[in-house]
Write a protein that binds this ligand. Structure first.
Ligand code: SAH
Length: 245
């Protein structure tokens, strides 16, 4: 039985599943984590690659039981957990490749949690709603800036609803997050708070939200609105903040 509350839309079609796995370019000895394996359609394709280990993170205990019955492979570790909160440091591996046909109701939270564990995750491949992918790539929001500070976001392909059971109401997109070479060690929770504060009441000029001495030091005009900021403006403002602490 598929459960609506877990946004269970299964991907079908061997061709499309294979295409996704090909795009993920899984090499031998890689450790892969699949988010929301469901009934295991993508999982089976992943197991045809030379990966070293495959962690499956699935919230639905019934799905986990089903997977345990149909997948007998020594490389697989079943984890019944919530991927929006999962602590990836528990996997004791610094080079995780994440992949998943994400539950769309919590896709943004899973992406946020991915960034929170960026030190363990050089690369992630996610199926999300096309609109969510486009907003992340083209629009400015606290989340898009949070992701883009640490990852390059690439739009790999669109996938029509007919490839899912039951078909979702929206078109889907497969995206790749590729970690940038970013040296500074930010406190991620604090950086998130900084960004959400900047993005609250987006239309307000920045000088009404932030002390002007910070703005002067970072060379940003107080008349600007947050939507007019470039990524580098967020970074220079945040580093002025860090220095003044
Ligand atoms: N990958 C499968 C199923 C995708 S549907 C396929 O392509 O066929 C999304 C899956 O994510 C479902 O199995 C659902 O139970 C699971 N899920 C929903 N919320 C989750 C969460 N917070 N953490 C982990 N898995 C979740």
């Amino acid at each position: 039985m598929l459960k609506k509350r877990f946004a269970q839309h299964l991907l079908i079609g061997s061709g499309i599943l294979q295409k996704l796995v090909d795009l993920a370019e899984i090499k031998s000895e890689e450790t892969v984590v699949e988010i929301g394996p469901g009934t295991g359609n993508l999982t089976k394709k992943l197991l045809n690659t030379p990966l070293k280990k495959l962690f499956l993170i699935e919230i639905d205990p019934e799905m986990i039981e089903h997977l345990k019955n149909i997948i007998k492979d020594e490389r697989v570790v079943f984890i019944n957990a919530d991927a929006t909160k999962f602590d990836f440091s528990l996997l004791k591996e610094r080079n995780l490749k994440l992949i998943g046909n994400l539950p769309y109701n919590v896709a943004s939270l899973i992406i946020e949690n991915t960034v929170m564990h960026k030190n363990y995750i050089p690369c992630a491949f996610y199926m999300v709603q096309k609109e969510v992918a486009e907003r992340l790539i083209d629009e400015k929001s606290w989340l898009s800036i949070f992701v883009k500070t640490f990852y390059e976001i690439k739009y790999l392909m669109s996938i029509p609803a007919k490839f899912f059971i039951p078909p979702p109401k929206v078109i889907s997109a497969f995206i790749k997050l590729e970690r940038k070479d970013f040296k500074e060690s930010f406190n991620l929770k604090e950086y998130k708070n900084f960004l959400t504060k900047l993005f609250s009441q987006k239309r307000k000029m920045i000088k009404h939200k932030i002390d002007e001495t910070y703005l002067k030091k970072s060379g940003i005009s107080g008349e600007k609105r947050v939507e007019e900021f470039e990524l580098k403006d967020f970074l220079s403002l945040y580093s002025v903040f860090l220095k003044s602490k």
